[in-house]
Design a protein around this ligand. Structure first.
Ligand code: SF4
Length: 92
């Protein structure tokens, strides 16, 4: 059994990640939340980064982060250093 699972009262269940020993994580586990979101979005889009870019599910909680950047941090904003003006101009 994976070291990330335990036997709970109703069968196998995942361990609270806060209690997983550092060495018990798989070597290839993504440790960056933003990169993990990006991986999930690529998985959701059938392995296509192009499809992630074109995602229209604006209500998805991962939508703002799907390009692998936290756009709410100014250092990750667009090349002009702002959040969103290019997209807003395109919509006008
Ligand atoms: S933002 Fe789009 S691509 Fe990412 S998980 Fe949500 S629906 Fe899928």
């Amino acid at each position: 059994m994976s070291k990330l699972l335990i036997n709970g009262p109703d069968g196998k269940e995942g361990i609270d990640p806060r209690y997983v020993l550092k060495g018990d994580w798989p070597d290839d586990i993504e440790r960056s939340p933003i990169k993990a979101i990006r991986q999930k979005c690529i998985d959701c889009s059938g392995g296509s980064a192009t499809e992630v870019k074109k995602c229209t599910v604006t209500g998805c909680a991962l939508y703002p982060f799907r390009m692998g950047k936290n756009i709410f941090h100014s250092r990750c904003a667009n090349p002009e250093g702002n959040i969103g003006p290019i997209l807003r101009e395109k919509q006008d």
